[in-house]
Design a protein around this ligand. Structure first.
Ligand SMILES: Cc1cc2nc3c(=O)[nH]c(=O)nc-3n(C[C@H](O)[C@H](O)[C@H](O)COP(=O)(O)OP(=O)(O)OC[C@H]3O[C@@H](n4cnc5c(N)ncnc54)[C@H](O)[C@@H]3O)c2cc1C
Ligand SMILES: *[C@@H]1O[C@H](CO)[C@@H](O)[C@H](O)[C@H]1NC(C)=O
Ligand SMILES: *[C@@H]1O[C@H](CO)[C@@H](O)[C@H](O)[C@H]1NC(C)=O
Length: 404
């Protein structure tokens, strides 16, 4: 990635991926730094995304069951609409996916911010490779298969697996009454590889979640992994999304499922980058304080595609001002004529126990900055609408009106 000569009229700042990380970075730069750069009109943010929409991905565990749960116009929002507020010369949206980037050839960008996130093995939990339509192409057959499902198996004891199990449990089996056991119309099993579910929370909260799940007819098996699937690709490939499957476990047991949902490890979308920039898990090795990719001028990575911090929206939101300040610093240095270059900023992840896990539409378990929250507070913050109350300000950039 040789630096284009400074006489290049247009200075493109490429942002790859338009979700929490990419959209927020673009807004922050456009609001606080681009207008103050020398010859501001020569700087252009080019936001690249295969999808025309941004979506509240956290809502997927409930949204996949039915469109009735959420206002669809809030769940999916047009990306380009969010950027109409800025001067035309400073912003361009490009629909497409980047397939290859070489760090040796000269390319027509001045800075590059990689924010391509991660894809889930199940296509029910995000855009993975496409747009709203590809997500719906998974949701539709899944919804059609729900009425005849009697046994559902979910792999993964993290929040996505647990939330999905709880939503399906409540949908099918309702709430157990005070004195009655749950109706258990549909058998739902979570296969959790770890010794306990929800490893980001203290054991007491995980145990509480398990008890709440039991009331919704959800059984959790722990320290057991899915070893093999018959047919292979069940629950992952679009043509086998609703295939009846036999799930072979690593304890030798087989379980059958009418629907199988893999809710295990997400894969970072980084295959277009040279492998020497990636760690063993495929995430971009980035300086976790500055978000710069070492040794390459003006290359940055942020969000789930990077190894900078644990994948969560609150971490991304906390990191954006630092990333943007450092991009600005590097742009000023590249101008070559600037004095008064601001200092580097350094990020430090808040690693206190923070995670909210709704268990159905009425409550849940969670903690915030090390404090356990009661079930009703988890409902109020997240379980009500899976954070949909927070996304309008993020997508529109209002969240970033004030510099911090
Ligand atoms: C089911 C589920 C529930 C979750 N719940 C929570 C929660 O409650 N709280 C929380 O904090 N976090 C939650 N998370 C995690 C959270 O969704 C992620 O941390 C967040 O979405 C990461 O944002 P991002 O911008 O880094 O990437 P992503 O949201 O993954 O978006 C990346 C974007 O980049 C695009 N892209 C991919 N490849 C390319 C390419 N080659 N070229 C151009 N564009 C590309 C993709 O299409 C996508 O739009 C959840 C995740 C899942 C799957
Ligand atoms: C400012 O940028 C424009 C391109 O947007 C370019 O044509 C012009 O020469 C630049 N002016 C200066 C003084 O660099
Ligand atoms: C993201 O990665 C997944 C596999 O991990 C792949 O199937 C998908 O096509 C990638 N998406 C984009 C937009 O490159």
């Amino acid at each position: 990635m040789a630096t284009p000569a400074r006489s290049d009229a247009q200075r493109n700042i490429l942002v790859l991926g338009a979700s929490f990380a990419g959209i927020s970075t673009a807004h922050y730069l456009l609001k606080h730094y681009i207008p103050k750069l020398p010859n501001s009109s020569s700087y252009r943010i080019v936001l690249v995304s295969p999808s025309l929409h941004a979506m509240c991905r956290q809502a997927c565990p409930r949204a996949l069951i039915s469109d009735h749960f959420f206002d669809q116009s809030k769940l999916f929002v047009s990306i380009s609409d969010q950027f109409k507020q800025y001067p035309k010369e400073n912003f361009l949206f490009l629909q497409g996916a980047v397939t290859a980037i070489s760090t040796t050839e000269t390319v027509a960008f001045h800075s590059l911010i990689v924010a391509t996130g991660a894809s889930t093995p199940s296509p029910l939990f995000g855009f993975n490779s496409g747009d709203k339509d590809s997500l719906r192409a998974g949701w539709e057959p899944f919804r059609k298969a729900l009425p005849s499902a009697k046994k559902i198996v979910i792999a993964g004891g993290g929040p996505a697996g647990i939330e999905t199990a709880a939503e399906l449990g409540e949908y099918f089996n309702g709430r157990a009454g005070l004195f009655s056991k749950s109706k258990q119309n549909v058998e739902i099993t979570v296969v959790c590889g770890a010794e306990r579910i929800l490893p980001a929370l203290r054991p007491g909260l995980a145990n509480k979640a398990e008890k709440m799940l039991a009331k919704l007819g959800v059984t959790v098996v722990k320290s057991i992994r899915v070893f093999e699937l018959e047919p292979a690709g069940a629950g992952e490939d679009f043509d086998k999304l609703t295939s009846r499957a036999t799930i072979r476990l690593n304890n030798g047991q087989d379980i059958d499922a009418d629907l199988y949902i893999p809710a295990t490890g997400a894969q970072p979308n980084t295959s277009f980058l040279p492998s020497h920039l990636l760690g063993a898990d495929g995430r971009i090795m980035v300086n976790s304080q500055t978000f710069r990719v070492p040794d390459i001028a003006r290359l940055y990575a942020i969000g789930d595609c990077s190894a900078a911090f644990r994948p969560a929206v609150h971490n991304i939101a906390a990191a954006i001002p630092t990333l943007a300040a450092n991009i600005n610093r590097d742009l000023l240095i590249a101008e070559g004529t600037q004095t008064n270059i601001p200092d580097d900023r350094e990020f430090k992840e808040d690693t206190r126990e923070t995670q909210m896990v709704p268990i159905g539409t009425k409550g849940g378990v969670g903690a915030f900055m090390g404090w356990a929250f009661p079930s009703w507070a988890v409902w109020l913050l997240k379980g009500r609408d899976y954070w949909l109350w927070t996304t309008p300000a993020l997508w529109s950039g209002k969240q970033w009106n004030k510099a911090s």
